[in-house]
Design a protein around this ligand. Structure first.
Ligand code: BG6
Length: 511
């Protein structure tokens, strides 16, 4: 550690820690002309192809209502790839594996078209009847797509277990507890729970995966990971971007359904859950569920003491003027959809009783930052009170993005003849120079292809998080003073003011 207060970094050689998808497979993407496919899925598949991490026998069949040929679909996707695909010969070999089938989701008989396309792909690419269906569509379409899969006789695993099928569903998984249960029953008419992969891409980010390793592969931290030593935990996911072209989706979801029900709750679970007996998908899911069962239920009498909501107005991001939420294309001019929320919650168990967790997420804020900050308690008695008072307590920060690091802040003596204290940081960082940074979608795609469910959500955890959040979301939208409670904040600012809130973390968004 440098004593001049500079951050010392320990980096990791990550060059060899990559899984390859092994089994042949046809990936069927519903919503093939949408944003998710073009911006996340296909670029991730292309990078996997470039690093030889896709199975040797692999093809993707894009499906949607838009009319494309295989050729025009490949051209459409090429425009979303960052690298100069013209000079990169690997694009050509990759693109040969991309196919397109136009489908009308509301017409179950189109399942037969899908069946024929997949038969052709099995024959030309040797994909052996293994199918990964990916729902890159809004949940309202799930039911008709599942009907189409059924009609095409594409359901479930082959009877003799010589091939498999799996289905990947994107969040938001429903709008509330009731619709999540209904969606599940729709999926389960065709697929068993083991075949359903509910994605939360935040779980595949490097530092997120590191939380359990950090907590449970080291003897040092777990003994102090409780109410006796920790005073508060802040979980933050702020963004500079607005809603982009997703007004239709966002007006229906708002920040609580878009970010809290899934990403924020999962980060909370990893930070606060007990150690599972073994690192296996079902035991980790068991512990997450126990944690969600311990969340203190919402109390309508103290609603606004636990929830703060805001919406961005016009402002400036990176010196560029940007419009307010209500002026975004497709948004109602009097919309009261929140784009920012801060939720203060408690976990009612022995470990966490009385420790507040502050969850903050918002769009069009002054920076992109996802982090978890664990604040430790003050020293019980300061022998240095004549030199410095108060002494800043220790803090442990998991930085998830834009940098991926774990930092421990502590006090040390500053160099020199005088006795003076100074806060220092000890930092472990995933240094991209030592290995290719792996995008979260690359990781989840390889895991689905390999049948590894560790990073996917089990149904009970979906229900429990909806059960906890639904009263917040529904009472928030229905309460009479919702409009007054919704604070407008300028785009590019640190978000709404929160008078009376005790949240004063390192990532404090308050001005
Ligand atoms: C998605 C949300 O799940 O996560 C988006 O729907 C949000 O609204 C995005 O912008 C943030 O993801 P990331 O990985 O960029 O932090």
């Amino acid at each position: 550690m440098a004593i001049d207060g500079s951050i010392q970094t320990v980096s990791l050689d990550t060059s060899c820690a990559c899984n390859k998808a092994q089994l042949p497979c046809a990936l069927v993407v519903f919503g093939a002309s949408g944003d998710l496919t073009a911006r996340k899925l296909v670029p991730a598949l292309y990078r996997l192809h470039q690093h030889d991490l896709l199975p040797g026998r692999f093809a993707m069949l894009g499906c949607g209502r838009t009319l494309f040929t295989d050729e025009s679909y490949r051209e459409h996707l090429r425009t979303f790839i960052d690298t100069d695909t013209g000079s990169d010969p690997s694009w050509g070999t990759f693109a040969q594996n991309l196919h397109y089938q136009q489908l009308d989701y509301s017409y179950p008989d189109d399942g037969k078209k899908l069946y024929s396309s997949l038969e052709r792909i099995d024959a030309s690419h040797g994909t052996s009847g293994n199918r990964l269906f990916y729902m890159a569509v809004p949940p309202v379409l799930y039911e008709s797509i599942v009907a189409l899969i059924q009609h095409g006789s594409l359901k479930a695993d082959c009877p003799d277990s010589s091939c498999w099928s799996r289905i990947v569903v994107e969040k938001p998984f429903g709008r509330n507890l009731e619709s999540a249960v209904n969606l599940d029953s729709t999926l389960k008419e065709t697929f068993a729970e083991e075949q359903i992969y509910r994605i939360d891409h935040y779980l595949a980010k490097e530092t997120t995966q590191n939380i359990l390793v950090f907590r449970f592969a080291n003897a040092l931290f777990e003994p102090v990971w409780n109410r006796q030593y920790i005073s508060r935990v802040d979980i933050t996911a702020t963004e500079q971007i607005g809603i982009e072209n997703r007004a239709g989706y966002y007006e229906q979801t708002g920040v609580l359904r878009d970010m809290f029900q899934n990403h924020m709750m999962q980060l909370l679970a990893l930070t606060a859950m007990e150690a599972p007996a073994h690192f296996s998908p079902s035991l980790v899911s068991d512990e997450k569920s126990k944690l969600f069962q311990s969340l203190r239920p919402f109390d309508p009498r103290s609603f606004w003491q636990h929830l703060l909501i805001g919406q961005y107005g016009a402002g400036t991001i990176n010196n560029q003027p940007v419009c307010g939420y209500r002026d975004e294309k497709g948004v109602a001019p009097d919309s009261i959809t929140p784009t920012y929320a801060m939720l203060k919650l408690y976990v009612d168990n022995w470990r966490w009783q009385s420790v507040p967790f502050y969850l903050v997420s918002g769009k069009r804020l002054n920076r992109k930052e996802t982090s978890i900050v664990v604040h430790f308690r003050d020293v019980p008695h300061s022998i240095f009170r004549d030199i410095i008072s108060p002494i800043a307590p220790n803090r442990l920060t998991f930085s998830i993005q834009p940098t991926e690091a774990i930092t421990l802040s502590f006090q040390a003596k500053a160099p020199g003849t005088a006795m003076s204290l100074r806060p220092m940081d000890m930092c472990f960082s995933y240094n991209s120079e030592h290995g290719r940074p792996v995008d979260a979608y690359e990781k989840v795609l390889v895991d689905c292809l390999n049948g590894d469910k560790m990073l996917f959500l089990r149904e009970d955890s979906e229900y429990l998080t909806w059960r906890f959040l639904t009263p917040f979301i529904e009472d928030c939208t229905q309460c009479i003073n919702h409009r007054e409670a919704l604070q407008l904040y300028p785009a590019g600012s640190s978000g709404p003011h929160h008078p009376g809130w005790a949240w004063t973390g390192r990532n404090n968004l308050a001005d």
